[in-house]
Design a protein around this ligand. Structure first.
Ligand code: PMP
Length: 324
C-alpha cells in the first residue's frame, strides 16, 4: 500500500514526534490511506500543556490526562500497547527532543489500517502518536470571548459518550465553531437535547453569582475537564462556594460573570453571549485566572503533585518525577 506522507511541518509544530514507541522526524511519520481513524474518526486524544516555571519546564496534571487517555481508549476498544508510565515518559521525551520550554502536547491513539469494518478492534492495529505545538496564552485569544448559543445541539451521551475524548466526537464541535466564526463570534456554547447548557466546543462553562460558582457535570453531556476540576479545587480553597448542577440558559443570562475553562482556553472570561454583556474579567474570574496561572507555573505551592517537571540534563525516562 502506498503511504501518504504527512504535509511539511510548519515551524510552530514539533520537528520530532513520538510514534509507536520511538522518536522520529515529523516528516517520517506516515499514515496509510486506509487508516481507520482517518475515515471514521476512530481515535482518542488528549490536549496537555507544558509551562515554563521557575524550576524548569513543567507539564500540568500529566497523570490525569494520561489516565483520561486510557479511559477514552477503553471506551472504543483501543488497546494501547504501552503502560501509563511509558506514555508519561514519552511526553517528556518529545518535549525534550524538540527543545520546547512551553507548548501544547497532543497524544493521539488511533486505529490504523486493515480493512474498513466498522468494528476496528477486531482488525486494526492501534497506533500512538505524540506531537507538539507552540502555544502560550489562551487558544481563544487574549482578553475575553464573544460567544453565541449554537444552533447545533450537543450530541447526547447516549449517542456518543461525552466523557470519552474521541476524535469523531469533535465533528459536533467543528460544526458549532464554524457557524460561530461565520457569524462573527469567537466561540459557541452548545445546549443538549433537553435544551440545557452543555459546554463550549472545547471548554467547560462556569457561571458566577455573588461568591458562588456554578458548573454542570457529566449529566449535561459534557466532558468533565481537568481544568474544570482544577478551578473547582482552587475556588473552594479560596473560600468560594461551588455548586455542581444542571445549568439553564437563564443561569447564564442572569449571571454576574461567565467563563470557560479548558487546557487550551485556560480560564477565559466570556464578555458577551448573543449581545448580552458581562464584565470580563469580573472580580471572581480574575481571581481564578490568577490562581490558575500560579498553579500551572508552579508559583503556588499547594499542589506540587499537579506538576511533572522536566529537567534538561537527565536521561530520557528519568528526567521527571511525577510526584515532585
Ligand atoms: N469539553 C470539551 C468538549 C473539550 O474538548 C475540552 C478540552 N479537552 C474540555 C471540555 C475541557 O477539558 P480540559 O479542561 O481537560 O482540557
Amino acid at each position: 500500500m502506498t503511504a501518504l506522507q504527512a504535509a511539511p511541518t510548519p515551524h510552530h509544530t514539533s520537528d520530532v514526534v513520538w510514534f509507536d514507541g520511538e522518536l522520529v522526524s515529523a516528516r517520517d511519520a506516515y499514515v496509510a490511506p486506509f487508516t481507520h481513524a482517518l475515515h471514521y474518526g476512530s481515535g482518542v486524544f488528549e490536549g496537555i500543556r507544558a509551562y515554563a516555571t521557575p524550576r524548569a519546564t513543567a507539564i500540568f496534571r500529566l497523570r490525569d490526562h494520561i489516565r483520561r487517555l486510557f479511559a477514552s481508549a477503553e471506551t472504543y476498544g483501543l488497546r494501547i500497547p504501552f503502560g501509563l508510565e511509558r506514555l508519561e515518559e514519552a511526553v517528556c521525551e518529545t518535549l525534550r527532543a524538540n527543545g520546547f520550554q512551553e507548548g501544547y502536547i497532543r497524544p493521539l491513539v488511533f486505529f490504523g489500517a486493515r480493512g474498513i469494518s466498522l468494528a476496528p478492534a477486531f482488525n486494526c492495529p492501534t497506533h500512538v502518536l505524540i506531537a507538539l505545538k507552540a502555544l502560550s496564552g489562551s487558544l481563544i485569544g487574549a482578553g475575553s470571548a464573544r460567544v453565541t448559543i449554537s444552533p447545533w445541539q450537543k450530541t447526547s451521551s447516549k449517542a456518543l459518550p461525552s466523557g470519552a475524548k474521541a476524535c469523531g466526537h469533535y465533528t459536533n464541535s467543528i460544526l458549532a465553531l464554524q457557524d460561530a466564526y461565520e457569524r462573527g463570534f469567537d466561540e459557541a456554547i452548545l445546549l443538549n437535547s433537553k435544551g440545557l447548557v452543555a459546554e463550549g466546543t472545547g471548554e467547560n462553562v462556569f457561571v458566577v453569582n455573588a461568591r458562588t460558582l456554578v458548573t454542570n457535570d457529566a449529566s449535561a453531556d459534557i466532558l468533565e475537564g481537568i481544568t474544570r476540576d482544577t478551578i473547582v479545587t482552587l475556588a473552594r480553597e479560596r473560600g468560594l462556594r461551588v455548586e455542581v448542577r444542571l445549568l439553564e440558559l437563564d443561569d447564564l443570562y442572569g449571571a454576574s460573570e461567565v467563563f470557560f475553562t479548558g487546557t487550551a482556553a485556560e480560564v477565559m472570561p466570556i464578555g458577551e453571549i448573543d449581545g448580552r454583556r458581562f464584565p470580563a474579567p469580573g472580580p471572581v474570574t480574575r481571581m481564578l485566572q490568577e490562581a490558575y496561572a500560579g498553579a500551572v507555573r508552579g508559583e503556588e505551592s499547594a499542589h506540587p503533585d499537579w506538576l511533572t517537571r522536566l529537567s534538561d540534563g537527565d536521561a530520557p525516562g528519568r528526567a521527571y518525577d511525577a510526584n515532585d
